[in-house]
Design a protein around this ligand. Structure first.
Ligand SMILES: [Zn+2]
Length: 331
């Protein structure tokens, strides 16, 4: 509950909420402090202060202060629980998220107009149309996104800020299969896998703290962790729905915390078995970090040179992969 309230307050910053309700702030000295007329009592000289960094308010006129929930309670004269429910309703997707939703929908539509993209998915062993749809996989041919988003009313600056368009006005994703990356059911980033000769991996330049589609698997007591979204897709396709992905092998503290959010969970690490041992090294490092965080870890030994994607492409079955999982030992 406390965690949900924290998240609610983060998602609706107090200053933003006040401005949406016509509060007119002036800067007050330090960069994150604002002052204006108190919405809670009549006054002619501004004494209502908001600290945007701390997400708190205080009024020197009526002596009241607190966080967003406290403000809304006082402002609308509602009991606590009703206030929280009301704020939760307000949580419409943020504009940046809406832009990514529109982009992902556009790319999803493009997928079916570009046979080369479907061919690429088939080459990577992804052939289940329902899964492709469920994961929201799309295709960026390049060169047509900017006009589409401009037609929807997005300004050049908004597109530039999102990283979808370069300063020269070119699409960031060109000839790439696109996977939307979700957090709390909202698209927070897009991953593009080149189907041509360009560098294989590309993410929009924003933070990626979460694990892929975590909310759909967070109840599992065993979780398979893979490096890439194609590994994840083929494992889901083979029935291993308890698979997640951090896009890479270097987990952030936030991702580690997510993995540890259920006591007694075991993590099966199924990273690439690289010729140069990089994947194996990363697996052992992660197993140690997990163990230090109190989570049981097992390392899945794929045949040399394979990742889960290539393993299934080479003809492995659900039973083969199950046998690999059963053959692991606690780290
Ligand atoms: Zn006041």
């Amino acid at each position: 509950m406390a965690e949900n309230l924290e998240r609610l307050k983060q998602r609706i910053p107090l200053l933003e909420y006040l401005q949406r309700h016509n509060w007119k702030p002036c800067r007050a000295g330090t960069c994150q402090e604002f002052v204006g007329l108190c919405p809670l009592h009549p006054e002619t000289r501004p004494s209502f202060y908001v600290n945007a960094a701390k997400n708190l308010f205080y009024c020197h006129g009526c002596g009241r202060g607190g966080d967003l929930i406290r403000f809304v309670q006082l402002f609308l004269d509602l009991p606590f629980h009703q206030t929280v429910a009301l704020l939760q309703q307000e949580l419409t997707p943020a504009p940046a998220s809406r832009l990514l939703e529109e982009t992902a929908a556009f790319y999803q539509f493009q997928l079916h107009r570009h046979p080369e993209a479907i061919r690429y998915l088939e080459q990577r062993g992804l052939h289940d149309p329902a899964l492709i749809e469920e994961m929201g996989i799309g295709y960026a041919p390049g060169g047509n996104l900017r006009r589409h988003l401009a037609d929807l009313g997005y300004s050049f600056d908004q597109l530039l800020d999102s990283g979808l368009i370069s300063s020269q006005g070119r699409d960031a994703f060109c000839r790439r299969v696109i996977f939307p990356c979700l957090e709390d059911g909202q698209i927070v980033n897009l991953y593009g896998r080149s189907i041509g000769t360009a560098f294989p991996h590309r993410l929009l330049p924003r933070s990626k703290g979460g694990l892929f589609a975590w909310e759909s698997i967070s109840g599992f007591s065993t979780v398979i962790l893979v490096e890439g979204l194609f590994d994840l897709a083929v494992l889901w396709q083979a029935g291993f729905r308890n698979t997640t992905c951090a896009i890479g092998t270097q987990l952030t503290q936030a991702q580690l915390t997510q993995l540890a959010d259920q006591p007694g969970r075991s993590i099966y690490i199924a990273f690439d078995q690289d010729e140069n041992q990089a994947g194996q090294k990363a697996s052992h490092q992660l197993a140690r970090r997990l163990q230090n965080a109190g989570i049981a870890a097992r390392i899945v030994q794929l045949p040399q040179g394979h990742d889960p994607n290539s393993y299934f492409l080479a003809g492995a079955t659900t039973a083969d992969f199950t046998a690999l999982l059963e053959g692991t030992r606690p780290w």
